[in-house]
Design a protein around this ligand. Structure first.
Ligand SMILES: C[S@@+](CC[C@H](N)C(=O)[O-])C[C@H]1O[C@@H](n2cnc3c(N)ncnc32)[C@H](O)[C@@H]1O
Length: 274
C-alpha cells in the first residue's frame, strides 16, 4: 500500500480540520492505490481523478497539529499516475494554494474555481471518452445536488461520496429540512422517494440508517450504480459523523473497495447503531 511522507509547511494557506479527516484520507489513499494499480493498462484509454470539493492540498489536524496531504495531493502522488486530475475548489485562497501545490507535481491538471454544482459539466467535458474516473465528493455538509451526480455519472466513474447524516442532515432535520421543500436535503435526495415520511416515521435510533439506505436506494435506482458500499466515519472518541458511500457499476471496483475497507483507520470504532 502506498505511503506518503507527511507534508511540510510550505508557507501557503493550510486550513485546520478535525482529527477525523485522517480517516477519510486513510480510505481515499488506499482506494487510489488499488484502483490505479488494478485498472492501469486494462481496457480503459486512461484513468482520471475528479475532486469537486478539493480543498487547499494540505490540511492541519486541529488537535494534534499534524499536517496531512489533502485528497487531491494524495491523488497527485499516486505511484501509478492518473492520466489527469480534475479539481474544483470554491474558496479563492484555497484554490490558489492548491494550484501552486499541484503545479509542482501535476501541472497538467484541470483546476477550476466556483461552485462544484455549477462546474461539474465543465469538468465532465474535459474527461475523454473510453476512460475510467475515480471521483471524490467531499463537501462540509449536504452540498452535493443529486443533479450534479447525474451530470458526472454520464461518464464511467467510481464515486466516493461524503454523506453527512449526523453532521448535517439529522442535526438540522427539525430546524430546516423537515418543513422546507427547497432545502439542501431535497437537492441531495431528490423527489423520487417520499423520504420525509420515512424519516418522520422512523424511531430516532434508526433515523441515520433510514437516511443512509434511502440515499443508497436513490443512487442505485436513479443513477444505475449497482455496487454500493459504505463506511462510517466517527470522531476519535467514537461519535458518528458521516458516511463515505462508495458507488461503482463494476463488481471489480467493488471488490477492490471491500479489500481496502477491511483495514480500518487507527482507533476508529464502529458501533452497530451508527
Ligand atoms: C471537507 S473540505 C475538502 C477536503 C479535501 N477533499 C481533502 O480531503 O483534503 C471541503 C472543501 O470544499 C470547499 N467547498 C465548499 N462548498 C463548495 C462548493 N459549493 N463548491 C466547491 N467547493 C466547495 C471548501 O472550501 C472546502 O475546501
Amino acid at each position: 500500500m502506498f505511503q506518503l511522507e507527511p507534508p511540510h509547511d510550505d508557507g501557503l494557506m493550510i486550513p485546520e480540520v478535525g482529527e477525523h479527516s485522517k480517516y477519510k484520507h486513510h480510505f481515499i489513499r488506499r482506494y487510489i492505490d488499488v484502483f490505479t494499480t488494478a485498472m492501469k493498462g486494462k481496457r480503459w484509454s486512461g484513468l482520471h481523478y475528479v475532486d469537486l470539493f478539493a480543498g487547499a492540498g494540505i490540511e492541519r489536524l486541529r488537535d494534534s497539529g499534524i499536517l496531512e496531504w489533502g485528497s487531491p495531493m494524495i491523488a497527485a502522488h499516486a505511484p501509478h499516475p492518473f492520466e489527469r486530475l480534475h479539481l474544483c475548489e470554491r474558496d479563492e485562497k484555497k484554490h490558489d494554494a492548491l494550484t501552486r501545490r499541484i503545479s509542482l507535481i501535476r501541472p497538467d491538471s484541470q483546476i477550476v474555481t466556483g461552485d462544484a454544482n455549477e462546474q461539474a459539466s465543465a469538468i465532465v467535458q474535459a474527461i475523454p471518452e473510453k476512460t475510467l474516473s475515480l471521483c471524490f465528493l467531499d463537501p462540509y455538509g449536504l452540498h452535493i445536488d443529486l443533479q450534479t451526480i447525474k451530470v458526472l455519472a454520464v461518464k464511467r466513474m467510481d464515486l466516493i461520496v461524503f454523506f453527512p447524516d449526523r453532521v448535517d442532515a439529522l442535526r438540522n432535520w427539525a430546524a430546516y429540512y423537515l418543513e422546507d421543500p427547497e432545502s439542501n436535503l431535497d437537492r441531495c435526495l431528490g423527489d423520487s422517494i417520499d423520504w420525509r415520511t420515512r424519516l418522520r416515521e422512523a424511531p430516532p435510533h434508526r433515523q441515520a440508517e433510514v437516511l443512509r439506505d434511502t440515499y443508497i436506494e436513490v443512487i442505485r435506482t436513479e443513477l444505475k450504480y449497482r455496487e454500493i458500499d459504505f463506511e462510517r466515519v466517527a470522531t476519535t472518541s467514537g461519535q458518528p459523523l458521516y458516511y463515505l458511500i462508495f458507488c461503482s457499476r463494476d463488481p471489480a471496483s467493488s471488490r477492490l473497495w471491500r479489500r481496502i475497507a477491511t483495514r480500518k483507520p487507527d482507533r476508529q470504532r464502529h458501533f452497530p447503531w451508527q
